[in-house]
Design a protein around this ligand. Structure first.
Ligand code: TUI
Length: 315
């Protein structure tokens, strides 16, 4: 059975985190992942303190296992949700889309383990100095907000740059991906897209069907002009966004405004034309809806086979 330092550090059976996906990673999904032996994570997204407090309470009702909260650092409510994380003494906080250093002293003081997503070695070193327990090296294969580097090149460079454990993310959804992450020096993985199709995931069924039907080349990146590139499934909304991005008559403010509310539209209303369907490049390899616990156990059984030179993929 695969067991790494990540399992001991976070008190989990399998070294896998579930990515904090805005409008998707709620208490329902997080508790299912934690009950399945991984670390389930609630997304604080752009919501306020009250939403997060309710989600934490709900998660605690549904699991007695460790879980985490993801703080999206561009959120307008970042200060108040950061405070909730400390007050509620959430076991683990992951961060995305920025530098979490201003919030780290309060989290560490409260005994919260801090695990930032890092897009580069410089940021990995910086958060290590500030007391991060581990880092997530997230490559641009991921869905949502992404950095420049791929998982293949980012992971080993971050592993060499820091002493704390590294969790690889981006493009991982089966045993081969987990085994590859270990080969690059990671001690764990974070997966988002594969949990979108978990039975317990409350995202709209249209969204799940888009992932299940996607091919390898069905995602695209928009938002580079605004300084925050985002990967999503190609659809009329993304194509129009890209067109506006290249149109010098469209101001940055107009472009920002065009994107507001688009994720909620896709995730909650199931609007596949006018909504943004954030998803990673691995979508093309995800073909079935299963319980979260089964997604995890299968992934690690397969990884073990790959690492032992056996299994269906070893030719
Ligand atoms: O955060 C994510 N994925 C996300 S956040 C999100 S909500 C959003 N929507 C529209 C625009 C922007 C955000 C949707 N998906 N993943 C973790 C992640 N963090 N990827 C990249 C980074 C990152 C980038 C820069 C982390 C730190 C960083 O620091 C640079 C700096 O100096 O701020």
């Amino acid at each position: 059975m695969i067991h790494t330092g990540i399992c001991d550090l976070f008190g989990i059976q399998y070294p896998i985190f579930q990515g904090g996906m805005a409008w998707i990673s709620d208490a329902e999904l997080a508790s299912a992942v934690s009950n399945g032996g991984g670390l389930g994570i609630i997304s604080a997204m752009n919501a306020d303190a009250e939403y997060l407090r309710n989600q934490i309470a709900k998660c605690r009702e549904m699991t007695d296992k460790p879980f985490g909260v993801n703080v999206m650092l561009m959120s307008p409510f970042v200060k108040e949700v950061a405070q909730v994380v400390a007050e509620e003494k959430v076991p683990v906080v992951t961060t995305g889309a920025g530098l979490p250093t201003p919030y780290m002293p309060a989290w560490l003081e409260a005994g919260v383990k801090v695990v930032p997503v890092v897009p580069s070695t410089a940021i990995a070193k910086r958060v290590e100095r500030s007391g991060a327990a581990a880092v997530i090296a997230e490559g641009g294969e991921s869905g949502g907000h992404i950095g420049d580097l791929t998982t293949m090149v980012l992971t080993p460079q971050v592993v060499d740059a820091v002493k704390i454990p590294v969790i690889a993310a981006g493009g991982i959804a089966d045993g081969r991906g987990v085994a590859a992450a270990f080969m690059l020096g990671a001690q764990g993985v974070q997966c988002g897209t594969c949990f979108l199709v978990a039975n317990e995931c409350t995202v709209h069924q249209n969204y799940k069907n888009k992932i299940l039907g996607a091919r390898d080349i069905d995602t695209m990146v928009t938002g580079k002009r605004l300084g925050h590139p985002v990967r999503a499934i190609k659809n009329p909304f993304e194509r129009e966004f890209l067109k506006k991005e290249y149109d010098s008559n469209v101001s940055d403010e107009e472009l920002e405004k065009f994107g507001v509310g688009a994720l909620r539209k896709a995730a909650k209303e199931g609007d596949m034309e006018r909504g943004t369907i954030l998803a990673g490049q691995i979508s093309g390899m995800i073909h079935s809806e299963r319980p979260a616990a089964q997604i995890i156990s299968t992934m690690f059984e397969e990884a073990e086979q790959v690492l032992n030179g056996a299994g269906k993929w070893v030719k």
